[in-house]
Design a protein around this ligand. Structure first.
Ligand code: KG4
Ligand code: ZN
Length: 344
């Protein structure tokens, strides 16, 4: 089979993503988000996300098929994210994928969500082929991971990840401390526009010399969040107005600095002159700008898929499965389940 037609299902967090690809060609990418339903809680509520997937799956599949102008019987395979992610949310997608595969008599491919984020690059229209090896920095509300990609389908190594909050989660929590609405990333970004990023020197997690021995490629944002909380408390206790713009700009700078520093350290250590960015936090222009600027100085080229492929989506899942099929990988048996901590 040269160019397999694959439908991918992504339900690991709060986006119901259905994507259809033919090989590496993107035919449709339908994303329904339950983010608005989580807004009043200030973060994703797993039970709410799972129910929303149940409601969104059927219409999303129909919309994706219509946009791609294909029917279920045309498909060569079904792909689904089996982990990592929220267990209940994953189960909805895995159940739907198994049902579809069995009823249609089509092969089923269970894929890893993080590796899927890397596959966002290969399905980006008009992009040059992904070169190996590449370092991938994936930052979203659910994960902050650094990976060494030697081959998308056979050789992806997790170098490090967050020890506590994901970067996007830190944006969301700090926004709450500053009385800004959810999701916090765009709000902090807006507030930071008028602030001085050097006004407050917030901590860069796991960046001190002893941490760099064991946690060179790991991240931690809980200390940073606590530092912002203490700053806000001190202002309030002394009756001063919280300098929201300066706090937002200084916080964003701390997150961006540590993400870019560690990603480029991995590039330098491993002699890899390529960096791929992915995940919803890539919407942050300061992160993109600093990464591009500092990478250029280090002789590293940066690839950033369009935001619709950086946030969670089904096209990246379908594209990964299409590459697996083309490389001769056999389908998954029905024995797999949702695995919230699935390793790379
Ligand atoms: O990948 P994504 O859309 O969804 C999941 O994590 O499932 O990422 C959403 C995260 C949220 O935490 C949101 O606050 C963050 O990405 N985000 C941003 C920006 N836009 C969204 N973080 C920083 N700056 C932004 N401009
Ligand atoms: Zn993701």
């Amino acid at each position: 089979m040269s160019e397999p037609l694959v439908l991918g299902i992504e339900t690991s967090c709060d986006e119901t993503g259905i994507g259809i690809v033919r090989g590496r060609t993107l035919l449709s990418n339908t994303i329904a988000s339950s983010m608005d339903e989580h807004a009043r809680y200030g973060g994703v509520i797993p039970e709410v996300a799972a129910r929303a997937h149940l409601e969104a799956l059927q219409p999303s599949i129909e919309a994706a098929l219509a946009e791609a102008q294909v029917s279920l019987s045309d498909l060569d395979a079904i792909a689904v994210t089996s982990g990592p992610g929220l267990a209940g949310a994953l189960m909805v997608g895995v159940g739907a994928a198994k049902g579809l595969a069995v009823s249609l008599g089509k092969p089923l491919y269970a894929v890893n969500h993080l590796v899927g984020h890397i596959a966002a690059d290969i399905v980006t229209p008009d992009s040059d082929p992904l070169e190996y090896p590449t370092i991938a920095l994936l930052v979203s509300g659910g994960h902050t991971s650094l990976l060494h990609v030697r081959d998308l389908t056979t050789d992806v190594e997790l170098l490090g990840e967050t020890m506590d909050d994901a970067a996007g989660e830190a944006f969301d929590k700090v926004a709450r401390l500053l009385s800004l609405p959810y999701p916090g990333g765009p709000e902090i970004d807006r507030a930071a526009a008028d602030g001085d990023p050097k006004a407050i020197r917030f901590p860069r997690g796991l960046s001190k010399a002893p941490d760099l021995v064991k946690h060179r490629y790991d991240f931690s944002f809980s200390g940073l969040k606590t530092a912002v909380a203490r700053w806000v408390e001190r202002c309030e206790a002394s009756g001063e107005e919280v300098p929201v713009a300066d706090v937002a700009a200084s916080f964003r700078e701390a997150v961006v600095d540590v993400l870019v520093t560690k990603a480029l350290a991995a590039c330098a250590d491993l002699g890899v002159p390529r960096l791929l960015l992915g995940g919803g936090v890539i919407a942050n222009k300061r992160l993109r700008d600093v990464a591009i600027e500092r990478a250029a100085v280090a002789g590293v080229t940066v690839r950033i898929p369009p935001l619709s492929l950086c946030t969670d989506n089904g096209a990246m899942i379908a594209a990964l499965a299409a590459d697996l099929i083309s490389s001769g990988r056999r389908p998954s048996t029905l024995a797999f389940g949702a695995d919230s901590t699935l390793p790379v």
